[in-house]
Design a binder for this molecule. Structure first.
Ligand SMILES: [Cu+2]
Length: 72
């Protein structure tokens, strides 16, 4: 299991966090998603077949592109 934390600057309300958590949760291999509005960070725990590439692609697709990677 891998845990990553991404900065998602486009996150600006509870609707955003809900959308991000719902969409990412549906990606196969994603174990948990926590979107934090205050810090505009999304923490994701995943294993294969999910990957950082797939997660970033999905976030870009739903118009919440990753603004940076915070190493944990
Ligand atoms: Cu919003």
């Amino acid at each position: 299991m891998t845990t990553v934390s991404y900065s998602v600057p486009a996150m600006h309300c509870d609707h955003c966090t809900h959308t991000i958590e719902t969409e990412l949760s549906e990606l196969q291999g994603v174990q948990s998603v926590k979107a934090d509005l205050e810090t505009k960070k999304v923490q994701i725990a995943f294993e294969t077949p999910a990957s950082e590439e797939k997660i970033k692609a999905l976030l870009a697709e739903i118009e919440y592109p990753v603004g940076g990677l915070i190493t944990l």
